[in-house]
Ligand binder design. Structure first.
Ligand SMILES: [Zn+2]
Length: 85
């Protein structure tokens, strides 16, 4: 039986981006992740930023996303959402 999960939300994507870049996501979660960024400009640039950070540092430090920056990011995502409907 195949459970169809609801689409990934921006907030959830932010939570698992590290796992995605480390290759720690299950194949199914990875697909959901990629499907989301395919249609979300905000998350695409966010993932690119994290990918670059990982390349520069060799890893993604736990504190690479200060809570405030993360909230600002999520606010930006909300704006995008409301603009695009
Ligand atoms: Zn998104």
């Amino acid at each position: 039986m195949i459970l169809t999960r609801p689409p990934l939300k921006c907030r959830e994507l932010v939570e698992i981006v590290t796992d995605y870049l480390e290759g720690d996501l299950s194949r199914r979660d990875r697909r959901r992740f990629e499907r989301h960024i395919a249609g979300c400009e905000g998350c695409t640039s966010y993932v690119e930023q994290m990918r670059l950070t990982k390349r520069l540092l060799g890893r993604i430090p736990e504190d690479s996303i200060p809570a405030e920056a993360r909230e600002a990011l999520l606010d930006a995502f909300r704006d995008w959402r409301s603009e695009t409907g």
